[in-house]
Design a protein around this ligand. Structure first.
Ligand SMILES: Cc1ncc(COP(=O)(O)O)c(C=O)c1O
Length: 449
């Protein structure tokens, strides 16, 4: 068992949530909002290609377009001009501000233009040769389903105005916002879908949605521990997880997570719950009523539920010396006896890099993780007069490198079982990280493919 705090994600649950969303709204194309949890393991399950952030640099647009992204959203004239210049032939979805009740984590007025402005901007998008589309977002953790009906009604007004100018919209993306039952009941997906349908009219183009929270939240559990308990004005319980290493959505106590402890069914009392850093804001709940067992003390385990969304991705790199929240995955398909073994030789590498044990260990770990592998342990050894071996133990099997600095070359061997890690991608990334001028590799498929 790793040290706390850590996050576990059940990939089977992610898949089931995605299917539930599709079943609730089969008429909509479903994208995934990567910001909720960008782990490669999840992305591989839910591959999609859209750039839903209205706030982006021109260089980001050019980069995404080079990678093949052809759907962008925008809400301002400058960004639209960038899309016209740097993302030709793309779908340009104008985000308008929905006149909706506040959600659990409100966007305020940060995003979205007024409907009149949307009509002007989309006319300009058509002039720029882009494919005009619409989008809105009712605010994440939206518990008032009337928000979707309002959004659809506003969208239909915009679509009709554009249609009278001969401009046809390609699609309308309703974003996310579908709520999760953290401690209290929330409207079901079916109720949200019904609210969306009640605003549908023939002027509207095909629907798309891009949920995040409802796909990944319930798949995640944070395993944390009590650091200390102090009796002050009230009983303060300090955990090893807080605002800065994963629970950012406790800002303003927006999201009241459900907690369980290693003392179930024992007498409890009211508490203030705080995180571990030296920051006064790192208090999770002091206004929202929480009760925890009176027997709780330092070292006891506390599990925090439905935390697969907006946690690991919010965790700071090292605020107050606390490392980012690690994630472990469960629920990978089992029972398939199959793996891929990539055997490679990398040439033309800087000799000093090939003799640098720490650099090679770190680079091997990083590239394996980027390729979807779960690195459990790494051992390495430097030999005299030169050369290094690094061996990584993976949840999917193993990987190794063995270097020849005097020749600028190394052998690489990556074997992974199951579909989640991609050993060829790991080798490619490693070659890129070491600026290898030549990579020779072969893949052996083992077991049943
Ligand atoms: C543009 C956009 N699309 C989709 C989402 C996902 O929303 P949610 O996690 O509420 O489903 C967000 C998140 O706030 C967003 O900003």
């Amino acid at each position: 068992m790793p040290d706390t705090p850590f996050l576990t994600i059940d990939l089977d649950r992610v898949r089931a949530n995605y299917r539930a969303v599709r079943a609730a709204l089969p008429e909509a194309t479903v994208y995934y909002a990567v910001k909720a949890n960008p782990a490669p393991e999840i992305i591989r399950l839910l591959v999609s290609l859209s750039y839903g952030n209205t706030i982006k640099k021109a260089a980001d647009v050019a980069f995404a377009h080079r990678l093949g992204v052809r759907r962008f959203s925008f809400d301002a004239a400058d960004d639209l001009e960038n899309l016209g210049r740097l993302a030709p032939d793309s779908v340009a979805a104008c985000r308008f501000l929905v006149d909706a009740p506040a959600s659990g984590t409100p966007f305020g007025r940060k995003f979205g233009c007024a409907p009149d402005e949307a009509i002007r901007l989309l006319s300009r998008a058509a002039d720029l040769g882009l494919r005009p589309a619409l989008c809105f977002h009712v605010g994440s953790q939206q518990c008032d389903i009337r928000a979707w009906t309002t959004g659809m009604t506003q969208a239909s007004g915009i679509a009709k105005a554009l249609s009278s100018k001969g401009i046809r919209l390609e699609s309308i993306n309703l974003g996310g916002g579908f709520p999760v039952a953290y401690r209290d009941p929330v409207p079901s997906l079916a109720e949200c879908a019904a609210a969306i349908r009640s605003g549908l009219d023939p002027s509207l183009p095909p629907l798309a949605i891009e949920p995040g929270r409802v796909i990944v939240a319930s798949a995640g559990t944070i395993h944390a521990s009590v650091v200390s308990v102090a009796e002050r004005d009230r009983r303060w319980v300090y955990l090893d997880i807080g605002r800065y290493n994963g629970l950012a959505e406790t800002e303003n106590e927006y999201i009241p997570y459900r907690l369980t402890t290693s003392h179930p069914s024992t007498p409890d009392g009211p508490v203030v719950i705080a995180g571990p850093t030296c920051d006064g804001d790192d208090v999770l709940y002091q206004h929202t009523p929480y009760r925890l067992p009176l027997a709780l003390s330092a070292g006891d385990r506390v599990d925090i539920h439905d935390v697969g969304a907006y946690t690991a991705s919010y965790s700071s790199v090292s605020f107050n010396g606390i490392p980012p929240l690690p994630t472990y995955f469960t629920g990978a398909p089992t029972g398939t006896f199959a793996g891929r073994h990539v055997l490679a030789e990398l040439h033309g590498i800087e000799p000093a890099a090939l003799d640098d044990l720490d650099f090679l260990s770190e680079t091997l770990q990083r590239t394996l993780k980027q390729a979807g592998a779960t690195v459990c342990d790494v051992v390495s050894k430097r030999f005299e007069p030169q050369g290094v071996t690094v061996l990584a133990l993976l949840a999917e099997s193993h990987a190794s490198v063995h270097t020849y600095p005097e020749r600028g070359s190394m052998f690489v061997d990556v074997f992974t079982c199951g579909p989640h890690a991609d050993p060829a991608e790991a080798v490619r990334l490693l070659g890129e990280a070491l600026s290898a001028s030549r990579v020779v590799s072969q893949t052996v498929h083992r077991g049943q493919s």
